[in-house]
Design a protein around this ligand. Structure first.
Ligand code: NAI
Length: 281
């Protein structure tokens, strides 16, 4: 018996890359899995059923249980239909992994509205569209649940040429922390990961072509953390953001420095300038 037997998991964008490894690992541990994928290209264009179907077949051939869903996460109807696929096939949802994603990298100077809108729609709005119906299902079912969102170091630490993607990914981290508070009394845990792995999204990055790095940076290194967070062994873990990749797992935190308090009246800009090193320390 795997540590997830009896549980039902949805993984969005599970037709390739990190999501595929997550779906395979969840199924290996006994979860029944909804493999969602729009089947498009890396920039979000196109679509098709082949990617999701291939992962479903892979899971079934290994003795696991899975069904495919081809909806886009970026619409309210898509999110509702992903939940419906899970309920029709398995009657419940215990685990949601929001993983689907695209890239339209450009510096802000060249970033036109469509490339802003589509990236925010898939990542940030997509997280809303799928999570809301699943969260409400978990609340009504009253058996708790685990929601794992996919953020990025791009949003949490910054990355050149990714204001659209970074804004969406930092938004997902904020969404995670707020929803964790709302989920607490229902036993619904909400965490985020900031993964690093070699997939079609990152294959053109300098350094990732190195053969030694290919194995080290395989998306297979992300999946065990997802299985753990999905399992009852993580029953007290919520509102956290984990960095994960290349064998490393660590927690990423927002920090507030000790700061300086002025108790007699309002700061002047010159006083702030004089104390800036202590404020930032
Ligand atoms: P990938 O391109 O291999 O996988 C993303 C999957 O999402 C694809 O299979 C794609 O068809 C699917 N997808 C795209 N738009 C969709 C939509 N509207 N509805 C449903 N499915 C859709 O890329 P990768 O690297 O596996 O990315 C997975 C997640 O991890 C993404 O959210 C990405 O932003 C995030 N991430 C990846 C990093 C990396 O180093 N690979 C770094 C930081 C974050």
């Amino acid at each position: 018996m795997g540590i997830l037997s009896g549980k039902v998991a949805i993984v969005t964008g599970a037709g390739g890359g990190i999501g595929r490894e997550e779906a395979l690992a969840l199924a290996r541990e006994g979860a029944a899995v909804v493999v969602n994928d729009l089947g498009g290209s890396r920039d979000g264009s196109g679509g098709g059923q082949r990617m999701a179907d291939a992962v479903v077949e892979e899971i079934q051939q290994a003795g696991g249980t899975a069904v495919a869903n081809y909806d886009s996460v970026a619409t309210v109807e898509g999110g509702q239909n992903i939940l419906k696929t899970a309920l029709d096939a398995f009657g419940q949802v215990d685990v949601l992994v929001n993983n689907a994603g695209i890239l339209r990298d450009k510096t802000l100077a060249k970033l036109e509205e469509p490339d802003w809108d589509v990236v925010v729609a898939v990542h940030l709005k997509g997280t809303y569209c799928v999570t809301r119906p699943v969260f409400n299902h978990m609340r009504e079912r009253n058996q708790g649940g685990s929601i794992i969102n996919t953020s990025s170091t791009s949003g949490l630490e910054g990355n050149f040429g990714q204001t659209n993607y970074g804004a969406a990914k930092a938004g997902i981290a904020g969404f995670t922390r707020c929803l964790a508070l709302e989920g607490k009394k229902y036993g619904i845990r909400v965490n985020a990961i900031a993964p690093v792995a070699l997939t079609r999204l990152t294959e053109d990055l300098a350094g990732f072509q190195d053969d030694g790095l290919k194995e080290r940076m395989s998306p297979a290194h992300i999946a065990p953390l997802i299985v753990y967070l999905a399992s009852d062994r993580a029953k007290d873990v919520t509102k956290k953001t984990f960095f994960v990749g290349g064998g490393k797992i660590s927690e990423m935190r927002m920090v507030r420095t000790e700061g300086v308090t002025k108790s007699d009246g309002v700061w002047t800009p010159n006083e702030i300038a004089d104390q800036i090193e202590q404020i930032l320390a």
